[in-house]
Design a protein around this ligand. Structure first.
Ligand SMILES: Nc1nc2c(ncn2[C@@H]2O[C@H](COP(=O)(O)OP(=O)(O)O)[C@@H](O)[C@H]2O)c(=O)[nH]1
Ligand SMILES: [Mg+2]
Length: 285
């Protein structure tokens, strides 16, 4: 302590029904952050959180464990809580003090008794909350079914998070390779991006673009799943994603023919998208 400013310190309570995967998630976070050199397992009795002999013997968490992770001068305290009814007081007290909560829901068993408890406590403490669906690699696990259960039994405010990776990659590459605003103004092909840069609206513009792709992706992947146009929608998303990533790379290639090609591809995908959807909507009505 001492070397971090308060705004660089965050804490999160990881809660769930017993066995949903809190300790395994904490272990994976430690490993991915480079704090441990191998991924411990519950079965191996060698996770960082379940360190008492009683926990290792029973293969369940009995006590709260506090795990510290550091990254880019920020520090994150993770409170791995026990999920069994007997230790519910520990779960509640962790959630009371942490800045935020993650509720782990198993993609196999869905919403269980202590999941509901964790949700009630999060409401009581007005804790910012995310759900994490675990065990998706297991047979019979189902992401959509689990999200449906969360929305039905706990909160219809829960929505799945899709990251619009291609757009984020595109703009990261653009700003990284272009190096300066003057460069972007002089050479960027996207008229909307140039407009945003000129009018000092880069951040709102980027947020709106990501939101736009998020909504587009959500509509196609979720709402049109049973419609005839679903495969066309997926194809358009793929085409647009590829175009975005190639577009970002044009700052590395720096060839006018390449940029022209990507620009044509991008226009084509927009025109195809609008006409196919327009046609389908007209046909429906
Ligand atoms: N396949 C798979 N197994 C998992 C996952 N998360 C947890 N498990 C297994 O589920 C069991 C309970 O996990 P644990 O982390 O102790 O759950 P906790 O009680 O919520 O801390 C253990 O056998 C884990 O190996 C996961 O994402 N995938
Ligand atoms: Mg545990």
């Amino acid at each position: 302590m001492g070397k971090h400013k308060p705004e660089d310190i965050r804490s999160i309570a990881i809660t769930a029904h017993g066995g949903a995967g809190k300790t395994s998630l904490t272990e994976a976070m430690l490993f991915n952050n480079g704090d441990t050199t191998r991924l411990g397992s519950i079965e191996g009795g060698n996770t960082v959180s379940d360190f008492t002999s009683e926990e290792q013997k029973r293969q369940i968490s009995i006590n709260n464990s506090l795990v510290t992770m550091e990254r880019n001068d920020k520090v994150l305290y993770v409170l791995d809580t026990p999920g069994y009814a007997d230790f519910i007081g520990d779960m509640r007290s962790s959630m009371r003090v942490a800045d935020s909560t993650a509720i782990v829901v198993s993609g196999l068993h869905g919403v269980e008794v202590q999941t509901g408890k964790a949700w009630e406590f999060a409401e009581e403490f007005k804790s910012p909350l995310m759900f994490y669906v675990s065990k998706l690699g297991r047979e019979n696990s189902d992401f959509d079914r689990t999200v449906g259960q969360i929305q039905e039994e706990l909160s219809d405010k829960a929505i799945p998070l899709f990251l619009c990776f291609s757009v984020i990659i595109d703009y990261s590459l653009t700003f990284y390779f272009a190096g300066s605003i003057e460069n972007i103004l002089a050479h960027e092909f996207s008229p909307t991006l140039v407009f945003a840069v000129k009018h000092n609206m880069v951040l709102p513009y980027l947020s709106l673009t990501v939101l736009f792709y998020y909504v587009m992706g959500y509509i196609i992947l979720k709402l049109l799943k049973d419609e005839d146009i679903y495969p066309i929608g997926v194809l358009i998303i793929l085409l647009m994603s590829v175009t975005h990533v190639l577009g970002g790379l044009s700052w590395l290639v720096l060839k006018e023919t390449y940029s022209n090609m990507i620009f044509m591809l991008s226009m084509t995908s927009v025109i195809v998208a609008l006409s196919v959807f327009g046609y389908e909507v007209l046909k429906k009505n």
